[in-house]
Design a protein around this ligand. Structure first.
Ligand code: FAD
Ligand code: FES
Length: 352
């Protein structure tokens, strides 16, 4: 897709606006991401970027924030120009919020830093297509200068004073802060979440859902606060941009204590074809498939985005990481090939 425009959002974040391919308008659900594939230093690098535009917008937009030492984010910020064509995979992802005009609900969004991107798409879609619903966004940033989309949220809030409330939480103190701003300075931790949610409660909404995207530490605090408030787990949805580091979040799954990972042949069914792939102990099912030149789908290669998801029809698979899969997907037999290792000789995985 061609980059039609680039917007500088903050000192270290830009939005790339893509034109839809000719005669092929691309549809997506708010919360989904694009995978950009760009040659960097001689190899084709893939990274996922959540769409911040809405499905009705004339362009598809993604916002990229610079990551210190990061390969793709720095390359994009320093090199990509208007008019450049970039290879892009179709939208994917299960962190979805579909608008439903018949619903009347209070949707709480918790964002941190660049994690605001899918939440921007969700906010604008709900305001436009779900007229009875209300959105509260609690948005954590280091300081005012690092807030992505501040002026857009100000505009949306002014246009929808009864339906959108944005609460900014800053880690650093503000110059000339009002008393109310002063109260929201600090970390977006569980105490802050409980305090802010109490203030943002709105009467008349029995249906509530909760979506979060941001740094791991922030999301753990939001999760704990929601658990403390007895929010049912099936009302809470999260997207991680990086793999969790804390052991309790690893949720490694699949293997019994007696299982050993040895070379096994896996059958992959993809786009109507069947492939036999020998998977060595030191590689994942995805790596083995790509080594055999099978054009399998993937994006993050870290068990986060689900682009490589398949259903295990027979056999057992060990996952190094399961952040991207819900408990119900695990129960249904879904696996992530980018972090998957066969445990038995009869593994058959169907993709798509
Ligand atoms: C589903 C999904 C959606 C995403 N959407 C967006 C988006 O809308 N905007 C956006 O800017 N990024 C988004 N990301 C993150 C993005 O895909 C890249 O991981 C990010 O741009 C860093 O890539 P890199 O090549 O620059 O860094 P790498 O060279 O891959 O990594 C360098 C180091 O930085 C760490 N790192 C990677 N990403 C981050 C991060 N976000 N914060 C802190 N440390 C990090 C890595 O763990 C590694 O240690 C998303 C990721 C996923 C899985
Ligand atoms: S490629 Fe992202 S989960 Fe496997």
């Amino acid at each position: 897709m061609k980059v039609a425009e680039i917007t500088q959002e903050t000192a270290d974040a830009v939005t790339l606006h893509f034109e839809h391919p000719e005669r092929n308008s691309i549809s997506f659900i708010p919360g989904q991401f694009l995978t950009l594939i760009i040659p960097v230093n001689g190899s084709k690098i893939r990274r996922s970027y959540s769409l911040c535009s809405t499905p009705d917008d004339p362009r598809l937009s993604v916002t990229i924030k610079r990551v210190e030492g990061g390969l793709m984010s720095n390359y994009i910020l320093d090199n990509v120009k208007v008019g450049q064509e970039i290879e892009v995979m179709a939208p994917l992802g299960n962190f979805n919020l579909k608008a439903d005009a018949s619903k009347k609900r209070h949707i709480y969004l918790f964002g941190g830093g660049s994690g605001i991107t899918p939440l921007m798409s969700m906010t604008r879609t709900i305001l436009k297509d779900e007229p009875q619903s209300r959105v509260t966004l609690i948005y954590g940033n280091r300081n005012e200068n690092s807030v992505i989309f501040k002026s857009e949220f100000d505009r949306l809030e002014a246009e929808n004073p009864e339906r959108l409330k944005v609460v900014y939480v800053y880690n650093e103190s503000l110059k000339d802060a009002t008393e109310q701003q002063e109260e929201n300075i600090g970390l977006l931790d569980r105490m802050m979440v409980i305090k802010l949610m109490d203030k943002c409660k709105a009467p008349g909404y029995s249906d509530e859902s909760f979506y979060m995207c941001g740094p791991e530490g922030m999301m753990n605090e939001v999760r704990d606060a929601l658990q403390f408030m007895k929010v049912p787990a099936d009302r809470v949805f999260k997207e991680s941009f990086v793999a969790p580091t804390t052991p309790e979040d690893k949720n490694v799954t699949g293997a019994n204590e007696t299982d050993e990972i040895v070379t096994q042949t896996v059958t992959i069914i993809y786009e109507g074809k069947e492939y036999k792939v020998e998977v060595e102990p030191n590689e994942t099912i995805l790596e083995a498939g790509l080594r055999d030149d099978i054009d399998l789908p993937y994006s993050c290669q870290a068990g986060l985005c689900t682009a490589c998801r398949g259903k295990c029809l027979t056999g057992r698979v060990h996952l190094d990481e399961r952040e991207g899969l819900s408990d119900s997907e695990i129960a249904q037999g879904y696996v992530l090939n980018c972090v998957g290792h066969p445990l038995t000789s009869d593994v058959v995985i169907e993709i798509g």
